[in-house]
Design a protein around this ligand. Structure first.
Ligand SMILES: [Fe+2]
Length: 249
């Protein structure tokens, strides 16, 4: 079942039985397109001009983009430092500036700072697990964080999520929000993961970051590149809205 405008060759379906939660939340009736009204189309997303834009830009400070320190305790988070960077592009390859990128993730031990996460793994008092930044004039974002750990979930026996970082993108209006997950190259848990497998096979590689030695900083952190394409035949797979609302998984 796919909603209006969703390309089944790119996007995960609402119903994917191996991902058990989708059997409860997938729509059982045909979707009804709702026309967007002025309030949804006109914002206030970050890709605006004028004072409101300045407000949003101000809300994404340089400190917000470094998850190794943005807990604000003065002590660095535990784990393997990584730099994640890439471009946000439209269908024609045009970079999109002023896109608000928000990420959230488990800590190095595979634990979220979230009340519903009861995984028996330590919380890191110096790791918030959330950060954000805006793409620059060339559509480039750059975040520093720690490599997240795998964590168990209750979908099926011995179920473990591969290491991943959740991404949310906000463009020029409220209706422009897109949510996806970035994975790491060479992770043996990916082919076992129903969420990863719910993405059509031809599009799965678009969710895996590439190791980038030119991004890696000597003596400091490994670099990964993850470009995000919003539309078209090479679009990044995004999650159905209902999934995105529960996206600690
Ligand atoms: Fe997750």
């Amino acid at each position: 079942m796919d909603g209006p405008g969703r390309d089944p060759s790119t996007f995960p379906p609402y119903l994917y039985e191996a991902y058990r939660a989708t059997t409860r939340r997938a729509p059982k009736q045909p979707l009804i397109p709702l026309p967007h009204t002025l309030s949804e189309i006109t914002g206030p997303g970050p890709a605006l001009s004028g004072a409101l834009h300045q407000t949003v830009q101000g809300a994404a400070s340089a400190e917000d983009s470094d998850l190794t320190t943005n807990m604000g305790t003065g002590t660095e988070a535990m784990g393997e430092r990584i730099i994640v960077t890439g471009r946000v592009l439209d269908e024609g390859g045009t970079p999109l500036p002023n896109t608000l990128i928000e990420i959230w993730q488990a800590n190095a031990a595979g634990r979220y700072r979230h009340r519903v996460d009861q995984h028996h793994a330590p919380l890191d008092p110096n790791f918030l697990g959330y950060g954000r930044c805006l793409t620059n004039k060339d559509g480039v974002y750059r975040l520093i964080t720690i490599r997240p750990g795998a964590y168990p979930w209750q979908n099926h026996p011995n179920a473990w999520r591969p290491a991943h970082i959740h991404f949310s993108l906000f463009g020029s209006s409220w209706v422009s929000r897109l949510v996806t997950q970035m994975y790491f190259p060479g992770d043996p848990l990916q082919p076992l993961d129903p969420i990863f497998n719910s993405v059509p096979a031809a599009a799965r590689a678009r969710l895996i970051a590439q190791y980038a030695h030119d991004v890696t900083q000597d003596g400091y952190a490994l670099g990964f590149r993850f470009d995000i394409v919003l539309h078209g035949p090479n679009a990044t797979p995004f999650e159905p809205y209902e999934t995105a609302q529960r996206a600690t998984r």
